[in-house]
Design a protein around this ligand. Structure first.
Ligand code: ADP
Length: 604
């Protein structure tokens, strides 16, 4: 029996009890067995917006049906069972006089049955404790705690991300070093791409990585290297059709133009294709995959794709960032190895070229002597036959042999010169040389060989030999003048005037080709030019004419014989003299003028 029950049971204590109910700040009441208020504290009466006296005789659920359905059975149960009903923080809506004052309140409820000494129920003592403030405070605390938990969870995610990033960055560093080693050309392209897929798999922790490289011929990204497939699947993978660009696809722009990595749900991709009537097979059970562009000079040169063999993978931001970086690095490395391969190829070509030059020089040397012998013996025979009486046909035959032997000898000389130039062994033997005399001699010689051409020679400012004498290799300059005059005759098969000019000028006075402006424009030079009215030179081919073995198309088409070496050698001879050679032609059938200048050097 609790204290209150005891007190209630003591008739004499009733007055005391009434006084207690009137003065207590607690919400107390005492209900009879019909649940009518027998006693109510001020605090309780205030809750109902009444005075304790007004409450007496009423029940807590008068006019409150909603409350009655819940409270009556509870109170009845308390009386019947003799067990108190205790509820912590019960949420009850407090109805004030004004409905707008309604607010949710929380109460600790205690309904305790009261008995007389014969255990006959007398009523129920109710205690309501308003714990709204505590509950709200607890709620706030709980909310704060839950927010903290969410934050902590987020933080954990961050930390995991950081850990991944840390792991990735450690491994990336290792990968970087390895790729850098690859870039120095330690390995070839095939080894490199195989290593890249391995490294990417290691760094990302994914199960499979594939790399496709762009093939310009087929305009496709061809499967090139793969990591993580069963041995028997690898060959089959290499046979997979290459990826082609599809500008109608929304991915095309993102991947090939904006160079963004793509994370694709493979089933969705297949479904989309199915709706377009295409069936994309999935022999490797891909769930989702990441595709990264290998970008070099703003072009996607390859595609790196990775997946987690039959499992979906949530690619995190840091993973994506690191993998994008790796893709960039891979692209650079691939490009490096490719360039290196090209450079090696060029070196191989250079070596092949050197061997060819060596061979050429050997052959030329071997040909030179027999040719001299042929020419010598033919001339001797011709002389002897002349004494014995030679027919005109025999003279023609022998002339032809000599002519051809001379031609061959010139070709052999050209080949020998070329091999010297290529080997950097082309040297001048300079001595005092009168270019005016040299030109005159050559011109006279050529005039005897042609009846259809009229060769002329003009000197400027005057035919003073002193003006055209310098320190030159006369044999070599004779070779140049020979080459230019014979070309002028050869490439004007219809005949016509051939004008040779020899001028003493400063470089400013010479109209040089626009691309070449001299360092010292006051330099004194001898300017040689030969102008013909022949087949001319197509504009598009003029830039190549001084290359070795180069012949303009019109000269080949007109059936005029030649090897394309004379101008190359001549321009080298002039360059060796610190001079310059160039040409002018308004185009095909417009004639040509070939020029060179050599500096006037001190003859002392
Ligand atoms: P080749 O005459 O043996 O072919 P060259 O090196 O002397 O070799 O000349 C190279 C090419 O330049 C010729 O094949 C020809 O196409 C062109 N060429 C040279 N001189 C003339 C010219 N006077 N008129 C037209 N084309 C010329």
């Amino acid at each position: 029996m609790n204290v209150v029950t005891h007190l209630l049971n003591q008739k004499q204590s009733f007055g005391l009890l009434t006084a207690l109910f009137e003065t207590t700040p607690l919400s107390l009441s005492y209900l009879d067995t019909e649940f009518r208020y027998v006693l109510a504290s001020h605090a309780l009466a205030q809750l109902a917006g009444k005075t304790p006296a007004e409450l007496l005789g009423t029940t807590p659920f008068d006019d409150r049906e909603g409350l009655e359905t819940w409270l009556r059975p509870v109170l009845q149960q308390v009386l019947d069972s003799g067990q108190p009903y205790i509820e912590q923080a019960a949420a009850l809506v407090q109805t004030g006089a004004n409905p707008a004052d309604e607010s949710e309140k929380f109460w600790n409820i205690n309904y305790t049955p009261v008995y007389d000494e014969n255990d006959v129920p007398l009523g129920i003592l109710t205690i309501l404790e308003d714990v709204t403030a505590q509950v709200l405070q607890r709620r706030q605390l709980e909310e704060a705690a839950s927010e903290a938990t969410t934050r902590a969870a987020q933080l954990e995610v961050h930390q995991t991300e950081l850990q991944i990033a840390q792991r990735l960055s450690d491994e990336t560093q290792a990968a970087l070093l390895e790729l850098a080693a690859a870039a120095t050309g330690v390995i070839n392209l095939k080894q490199l791409v195989n290593r890249i897929v391995e490294i990417v798999a290691q760094v990302s922790g994914c199960n499979r990585v594939g790399l496709s490289l762009y093939q310009p011929v087929s305009a496709e990204y061809q499967p090139t290297a793969v990591y993580g497939l069963e041995t028997e699947q690898v060959a089959e993978w290499h046979q997979t059709p290459g990826v082609r660009r599809d500008p109608t696809s929304p991915y095309d722009q993102m991947f090939f133009v904006q160079h963004q990595p793509l994370i694709l749900d493979f089933e969705q991709v297949r479904e989309a294709a199915r709706q377009q009537g295409t069936e994309i097979p999935n022999p490797y059970g891909i769930k989702n995959l990441m595709m990264l562009p290998l970008v070099q000079s703003s072009e996607v040169m390859g595609i790196l794709s990775l997946d987690y063999a039959g499992q979906y993978h949530d690619f995190s931001q840091s993973e994506t960032a690191i993998l994008t970086g790796m893709a960039r690095l891979s692209a650079i490395t691939i490009q490096n190895v490719r360039l290196l391969a090209e450079a090696n190829e060029a070196a191989t070509l250079r070596e092949a070229n050197r061997l060819k030059d060596e061979f050429m020089s050997l052959v030329a040397h071997e040909l030179r002597n027999p040719l001299t012998t042929i020419k010598g013996y033919t001339q001797m025979t011709q002389r002897q036959l002349k004494k014995a009486g030679i027919t005109s046909i025999q003279t023609r035959y022998l002339d032809t042999i000599i002519e051809q032997a001379e031609r061959m000898a010139r070709l052999v000389e050209d080949l020998l010169d070329l091999s010297k130039i290529e080997a950097g062994r082309f040297e001048l033997r300079c001595k005092e040389c009168d270019l005016a005399a040299l030109t005159k001699r050559t011109l006279e010689f050529f005039q005897t060989s042609t009846a259809t051409h009229q060769l002329s020679l003009t000197f400027f400012p005057s035919p003073d030999h002193a003006l055209f004498t310098g320190w030159y290799d006369s044999d070599r300059l004779a070779q140049v003048v020979n080459n230019l005059l014979s070309n002028a005759i050869k490439y004007s098969p219809q005949g016509g005037p051939i004008e040779v000019r020899l001028q003493r000028q400063t470089l400013t006075q010479i109209s040089l080709p626009t691309a070449s402006q001299p360092n010292d424009s006051q330099l004194e030079a001898i300017h040689f030019s030969v102008k013909d009215q022949g087949i001319g030179i197509p504009l598009s081919q003029q830039g190549n004419l001084f290359e070795r073995f180069y012949r303009a198309l019109n000269s080949q088409e007109s059936g005029l014989p030649g090897l394309g070496l004379g101008l190359h050698i001549s321009s080298q001879i002039i360059a060796q003299h610190q001079g310059q050679m160039w040409l002018e032609s308004a185009g095909e059938n417009q004639g040509s003028t070939f020029h060179f200048w050599v500096p006037v050097t001190n003859t002392n």
